[in-house]
Design a protein around this ligand. Sequence first.
Ligand code: ADP
Ligand code: ASP
Ligand code: MG
Length: 442
Amino acid sequence: MNRNIVVAKFGGTSLASSSQIKKACAIITADSARKYVVASAPGKRTSTDIKITDMLYKAHAQSVNGEDFSGTLNQIAERYAKIAGELGADFDIDAEIREISDRLKAGTTADYPASRGEYINSKIIAAYLGWQFVDAAEGIFFTESGTLDEAKTFDTLGGILKGLDRAVVPGFYGSLPDGRIKTFSRGGSDVTGSIVARAVGADLYENWTDVSGMLSADPRVVKNPRVIEHITYTELRELSYMGASVLHEDAVFPVRQAGIPINIRNTNSPEDSGTMISASVPEGVKRGAVTGIAGRKGFCSVRVEKSMMNGETGFGAKLLQIFAQKGIPFEHCPTGIDTISVVVNGSAFDSRRDEILREIKSVLAPDFITIEKNLSAIAVVGQGMVSVKGVAAKIFTALAGAGINIRMIDQGSDEMNIIVGVDDSDYENAVNALYNAMVNNA
Ligand code: ADP
Ligand code: ASP
Ligand code: MG
């Protein structure tokens, strides 16, 4: 693979303190191909620490509630002053904090203060490296409706960055047509990294974090899960959407269109090769039928039953339409002859529950509606599953062996994933049972 241009994104834990920033900068300067760096805001230094981004959201919430936010801004200022001081980087933190304070008093939306976490950190890192700082607001653009303006972004950002030898770009935000700041959803610096890689036509997008790659299960649930050596964009998207939170679920799109591979790496263990992500897995990489397991708690299933439902044209479409009109996306939709279930986010459903049930009764006149709450969805993902017999049987045997009741089953039409629904209280046991049967002893 050519390694002429590499974009390196560093996450919050990788940049949480001056010692972490020094590690990141040692990685950056160790390879001259690492020309463009995307930086997150300082994250947690210890498990009880608070992320700068969370403090910035807190300051905004305090200002909206008419509370004094100066204490929160002081804490933020102190953290940055410590980082800049220890790095010996020349940086006027007070001016930045004053600007945030003024904008909060003027009634800004949360996006502006939230974005300052990466903005200030990137300025400090650029000063420390002696590199150019490029504000993401000058090169990443959203449309009026809040979606990424791809053409304008790739063109403008590409134009700015290609004219520079090296640059640091803050993650997480861009600007709206009227110039106001808009952020991506949480964890969005991964998306910025992907956009930068696409805009400069990088050969590789490195995503540096605090684990040695995409793991085949959530390390907070399974002890020492295996690192996935190579995974496809599609599998990664599936796993990250289903809860494998190491990479933002939207981060694959910009690079996938251009075939730029992603390499997830560990800042604290740079000698590990991490996980490669590309369109297909090269010959010779040994993989089992199942690549990984991911899941999320807190779903709710709305099961609608009506005799002869199958003969009623458009029943399913009308049902899904009701959820869509209330702004609630559906996750799964398992169907039987006389039943159809819609699986949705539990708290989103709760907020509109009465209206939705009223609408279903009036539009579809069902025989019964049953609501099952506290449902976890666990995805078993692998492109190799399609050619291996007995995967589903193995999943059910593993769960039965662990005494877990399966409350839902859904198989994607591409046969790349099987999703099982279990009770939230069974979630951890189910993930461990599936990991042991499908990945560890496969
Ligand atoms: P960063 O701050 O570098 O963006 P994140 O906290 O967003 O890092 O993502 C890394 C974390 O994702 C890990 O520390 C780990 O706890 C969590 N995680 C959840 N599922 C997985 C998985 N399947 N593989 C790797 N990490 C995972
Ligand atoms: N700092 C932002 C967050 O905490 C974005 C990111 O870290 O990717 O969500
Ligand atoms: Mg992240």
